[in-house]
Design a binder for this molecule. Structure first.
Ligand SMILES: Cc1ncc(C[n+]2csc(CCOP(=O)(O)OP(=O)(O)O)c2C)c(N)n1
Ligand SMILES: [Mg+2]
Length: 622
């Protein structure tokens, strides 16, 4: 069939299906894009000519549209994805951050950045970067390290192997991440006789692989011997839809569970085996059990520093690890016994091998007690009654109370992710969507849009700081264009407060983190007391983009605003100011942030000496 390369690729993509557990679904839910000369007449023409193939969504910022795609894929448990098309040059490189985010979080996104002419006839074209030492380099080479698969389609017939290779990686649960097919603009428009078979419906089976029996037997034996085992549930539990299997496993064995950011929601917050968040932003419940655990069963976690409290969380001298993961790279971390396989299938098999085995009642009951004590602490922080401005924890409490169990909270950067990790009462495996693999400011609203597109039946609550909002809020416009309603709670504390607090704790006075006027040639420090904040009106900004805006000055007003937002049909922004000094404490944990070894500042020298002491607790787990 004679088609342009772009037409053939789109037809191919529209025909891809995935199937897991016998359920078949279309893989690509649409194509986000911003056109320029690098894609308007190629991919743009193909989308225009056959609009029934893939729904086209016009975006405002290329980075944002990749965030939307990543959030969509996460909400689809990686069984669905979006395509993102951009022009060449800045349109393409704007997607690099989004690609890194998707790859870090192991989420499938397909990126089609336009590229310079393969023929090189009109070189250098508008926005082309020329490299005097290499003729085959373009800015799109920046995608290589942040993509799990990269190809450049130099000739139309290369669509065939490139498209198949892209699909293999996108649906592979171990390898998935950003896939980039750089597409020179002349090639997009060139015709070729594509074979019909390429364009036929194709179903990609997503297997539930099991580790080999010898490894499973060794793991079961280790679990039987352990006196104080602990499960750390990561994102892999959610993606694999293993939360039911996990619940049964916990009820059978009595092993308690701590959750990573991506794994939060693996168990409902009020399950007696749930210790809630673990690590730097963990609960005292999880961190106390972690400190004494003799065996840690990691499921679908990549063991980031936030989870391990920079390798200080697990303090038992003999602690050992068993890691269930689809990716052997993660399964061998911490010298763990690797169980390379799907989380659900592996948990079900382990449960069989552990038939009749459970931890001692005292240990099981201790976990249940900690669960209840932790919930008391959540309640305390939800109802602080802080004035005149509310505390951030009260904002979380109000949003949690307003949200239905299946609604989704979305967040990514600032102080909010840590507070949510500790305090959000999660009642649905997909109710908690905090992007903390890349913790990318600007993900919040764009990500919320992807969540809503994937699950329109759920209300989506985006919690966004003033800093993140200023960085990237443009997709409010896209949410209104598409009628995809978001409830955005904009938490204003006049600056980069999380980093300000970090800076204060490390002796540098919150330098460069407040949104204030420059006075007498220098930026004010946090300690100088004045309240001459910059005259930024974020509510007015949101209203100018078409959102319905409500300003809440107290927790009661916030509750009323949330009730009103529920009744709205369009994106609603609730602007609320919080006390930036009233933060949720840490709970028996530590994070390794390097402090200057020499400094003329006394406070920095003090912080360095504390740092050196704390660092001694870091372990290697070899
Ligand atoms: C793109 C990006 N740039 C920088 C950072 C580092 N960073 C983490 S949190 C933060 C401040 C966020 O400010 P805001 O959204 O207002 O949240 P707050 O810290 O006030 O809670 C910064 C600069 C980041 N995570 N992402
Ligand atoms: Mg802020």
């Amino acid at each position: 069939m004679r088609l342009t390369a772009a037409q053939a690729l789109l037809r191919f993509l529209a025909a891809q299906q995935v199937e897991r557990d016998g359920v078949e679904q279309r893989f690509f839910g649409g194509c986000f894009g911003i056109f320029g000369h690098g894609n308007v007449a190629g991919i743009g023409e193909a989308l225009y000519e056959s609009p029934e193939l893939l729904t086209y969504y016009q975006a405002r910022n290329e980075q944002a549209m990749v965030h939307t795609a990543a959030a969509y894929a996460r909400m689809k448990n990686r069984l669905g994805a979006l395509v993102c098309t951009s022009s060449i040059g800045p349109g393409a490189t704007n997607m690099v951050t989004g690609a890194a985010l998707a790859t870090v979080n192991r989420l499938p996104v397909l990126l089609l950045p336009g590229d310079v002419f393969a023929s090189r006839r009109p070189d250098p074209v508008l926005q082309q970067l020329e490299d005097p030492s290499a003729g085959d380099v373009s800015v799109n080479d920046c995608f290589r390290p942040v993509s799990r698969y990269f190809d450049r389609i130099w000739r139309p017939e290369q669509v065939i192997p490139a498209a198949l290779a892209a699909m293999r990686v996108l649906v592979d649960q171990a390898e998935t991440g950003a896939v980039t097919l750089a597409f020179p603009q002349d090639v997009q428009a060139e015709a070729y006789d594509f074979p019909e078979e390429l364009l036929r419906k194709r179903v990609w089976h997503v297997p539930r692989a099991l580790p080999d029996e010898a490894s499973l037997a060794a793991a079961a034996e280790a679990l039987r011997r352990a006196k104080r085992p602990l499960i750390v549930a990561g994102g892999g539990v959610i993606y694999s839809e293993a939360s039911e299997a996990l619940r049964r496993f916990c009820e059978q064995t009595g092993i308690p569970v701590g959750e990573t950011q991506a794994g939060k929601g693996s168990l409902p917050y009020d399950h007696p085996s749930s210790l809630g968040a673990i690590g730097v932003t963990g609960t005292f419940a999880a961190n106390r059990i972690a400190a004494e655990a003799d065996l840690v069963l990691g499921i679908g976690t990549r063991w980031s520093d936030f989870t391990t409290a920079s390798k200080t969380a697990f303090r038992h001298p003999e602690v050992c690890f068993v890691n269930v993961n689809v990716l052997s790279f993660d399964a061998v971390k911490h010298a763990g016994l690797p169980l390379v396989g799907d989380a659900r299938a592996t948990l079900e098999r382990l449960a069989e091998l552990l038939a009749g085995h459970a931890v001692e009642d005292a240990y099981r009951n201790a976990a249940a007690r900690l669960n209840a004590e932790w919930d008391d602490e959540v309640e305390r922080l939800y109802t602080l009654g802080h004035s005149p401005l509310p505390a951030q924890s009260e904002v979380i409490g109000a949003v949690n109370a307003a949200a239905e169990p299946a609604d989704v909270v979305v967040c990514a950067a600032g102080a909010m992710p840590g507070d949510l990790h500790k305090l959000w009462r999660t009642r649905d495996p997909q109710g908690y969507h905090v992007e903390y693999g890349y913790s990318c400011m600007g993900y919040e609203i764009a990500g919320g849009l992807g969540v809503k597109l994937a699950a329109p039946e759920r209300e989506v609550y985006v919690l966004v700081g003033d800093g993140s909002y200023l960085m990237l809020s443009s997709e409010i416009v896209t949410s209104i264009q598409e009628g995809l309603k978001l409830t955005i709670v904009l938490v204003d504390n006049h600056g980069y407060n999380s980093i300000g607090a970090l800076s204060r704790s490390l002796g540098t006075d919150g330098f460069g983190t407040l949104f204030r006027y420059r006075r007498n040639g220098s930026l004010p420090l946090d300690s100088d007391g004045s309240s001459d904040f910059l005259p930024v009106d974020l509510g007015a900004n949101a209203a100018s983009l078409g959102a319905h805006v409500i300003t809440a000055g107290s927790v009661d007003e916030l509750r009323a605003a949330l009730a009103q937002a529920k009744r709205e049909r369009e994106t609603t922004v609730i602007a609320v100011e919080v006390d930036r000094y009233e933060s949720v404490p840490g709970y028996e944990s530590w994070w390794d942030v390097a402090v200057a070894e020499v400094s003329s500042v006394d406070a920095v020298r003090e912080a360095r000496s504390e740092y050196e002491t704390a660092r001694q607790a870091e372990r290697t787990h070899l």
